[in-house]
Design a protein around this ligand. Sequence first.
Ligand SMILES: *Cc1c(COP(=O)(O)O)cnc(C)c1O
Length: 793
Amino acid sequence: MKNSKELLKTKIENQVEILFNKSLDEANALEIYQGLSNVLLETISKDWLKTRKRYETEKQAFYFSAEFLMGRALGNNLINLGLDKEVKEVLEEIGFDLNSVEAAEEDAGLGNGGLGRLAACFMDSLVTLNLPGQGYGIKYKNGIFKQKIVDGFQVETPETWLKYGDVWTISRPSEEVVVEFGDGKVRAVPYDMPVIGYGTKNVNTLRLWKAKSINELNLKAFNDQKYDEALKEVNRAEDISRILYPNDSTNEGKKLRLKQQYFFTSASLQDIIRKFKNIHGTDFKKLPEFVSIQLNDTHPVIAIPELMRILCDVEGLLWKEAWAIVEKTFAYTNHTILSEALEKWWIGLYEEVVPRIFQITERIHFQFLDLLEKKYPKDRARRERMSIIQGDLIHMAWLAIYGSFATNGVAALHTDILKHIELKEWYELFPERFLNKTNGITQRRWLLEANPELSKLITELIGDKWITDFSQMKNLEKYATDKRVINRFLEIKSEKKKQLAQFIEETQGIKVNPESIFDIQIKRLHEYKRQLLNIFHILDLYYRLKKNPTMKIHPVTYIFGAKSAPGYMRAKGTIRLINEVAQIINNDVEIKDMIKVVFMENYNVSSAQFLFPAADISEQISTAGKEASGTGNMKFMINGALTFGTLDGANVEIVEEAGVENNYIFGLKVGEIEELKKKGYNPKTPYKEIEGLKRVVDSLIDGSLDDEGTGLYKELYDSLLKGASWHEPDQYFVLEDFEDFRKTQEKINKEFTDRETWGKKAWINISNGGKFSSDRTIDEYAKEIWKITSQKI
Ligand SMILES: *Cc1c(COP(=O)(O)O)cnc(C)c1O
């Protein structure tokens, strides 16, 4: 009899032999990675099948999302299966280090940022809670672009996660469906990715659709030597799942994007209906008893008219019957109030791409107008504001609220703003439909996997229940006054900072001091997130140090990581600015390493797993009211970073849980911004009056800095002091919040040196992170929206 380690080794050996016809001593890290991943698939395949059968007859929740930012799978799956230690040992025996084998895997970067990562955390929580549910999305050939920094500028190169094949999905050609557009049909082929839970045998599914053409090749054209023509249909079809739109919170008005949305929602609904019929026949009235569909933002909202089409045109239901079913099936999550991000489609384009869906959308629109006329017979202006079709635009958010039974915001403050400001009239019309579900993150990836050192300490103190019950973290709080525990935490933090310093040196070629304060802002680049405010303060600090060389500060390393949408010039200008300021400061010998600035190229899930555990300060400095929730803030908190932020999104709940005295809150609040707007905000006032601010802002145009003639800096300058046709000057209150930002940074710099007090504050944050587990969020969705229950196999 072989012991389990020998057995595991033999299995890897077999897989490497089958896949590559190599022996273990010939294989490289990538081949070991693929062989090992196949062994894991083999390990779970029976349970995966069993889970699917178990769920078939239960009510299920389907999560429709254009994005799933999964990151790497291997490390997470090993931990969730409890195989990490054993595999590490076996790999060492055959001469491999587990970390380097894991690093051979490309990130599955099928998302832009927070919204896509939320979907990924939700998948992990669903299965760990044994909940019957499934994700539906698109198998993009190219996910979020790879970012290179060339001469300080962002350069995008295609991401190619499928370059060496794809070990984590299996295709199911027998379940393919056909999706029909105005200009023809395409095949949708499903690829299933297993989602492995922690401490459970259940294995859930993420189903991603790939677009294929109906005909493989136009043979006649090929034989006539018209090669491009021969592949035209193939390419047109495959274009649909070729690329993830690399924009974040702005609406990309592209025909292809609408095609993507219809493609994956239509395929998913056809799939759901077919499976429903297999079990329940055509008793569609029962559909809402067995199916809940969550629409992650407006991207999949076209599913609402599509389900009407399937029920009426295909299944022969009456409109009224179908609508009653649709209204009870969908729920919608709102992720933003930025008006440019509220999706609207031009009717001409919509009608061309999906003509039948356009007719149905129009009918829904007229039906809703009837309702509004009954409800508000005298208020024509209100009816116009709430119309689904206004002029020649279709408002997808309005369609979503009308066509679903629940609309939720993603943090308490955000939901309040929806109910009382942005969607006030909708809340008046459908008060029972509005609810809050504060976002969360999975502690399995963001603590257990990313920070094994801290995880070990936590488990030593309170046992390992926290891994699946994060409310247990509260039991750590009593150690906040235990000097030995706090010192151990500080040692771990110091170790994580050393690891990050090494990673930075390897990847960016910059030496940073692990004793310095690690002040980190990592998130998509957007004006409302205010990376500009951060870099302005750094530049101001630099100028002050130059002027006053005897000024004493504790050394700080400011770390940024951010991708900009390729066409978003202000965001790209900010990236160039950060990189230029970094160059100047890092190379100035007079500064003597008191400040360092690092821009981490290509911020993604894998680099995030290095960054969050090493932070002392979590920069969450969005303009109050603009960040719906944020989830990066939560990842920092549970790794013991203190939040330096505005009262925005989930920051509000973070300080509610951990105490405002254990974090650093600054800046205008939502109400103050409203007031200031009413009064009339003039950014020239802080620009002139706040000491040092003019010098910093003027650096954009006075020759202190050089954007190589691109005009990017001048444009940034104008956005602050002049405004533009579409916005007021300094619409995100960068200049108004500057002074409080600086004052609070000074306080942080002083207080950091009292290591014991700092450690205690960090510890209190960790102890009060329980609320921010996506297990809690998913439990709320399951009970209050989806009405699904645990189905453990
Ligand atoms: C968590 C996460 C985000 C979201 O960060 P926010 O600060 O909430 O905007 C974006 N990208 C990656 C890779 C993440 O892991």
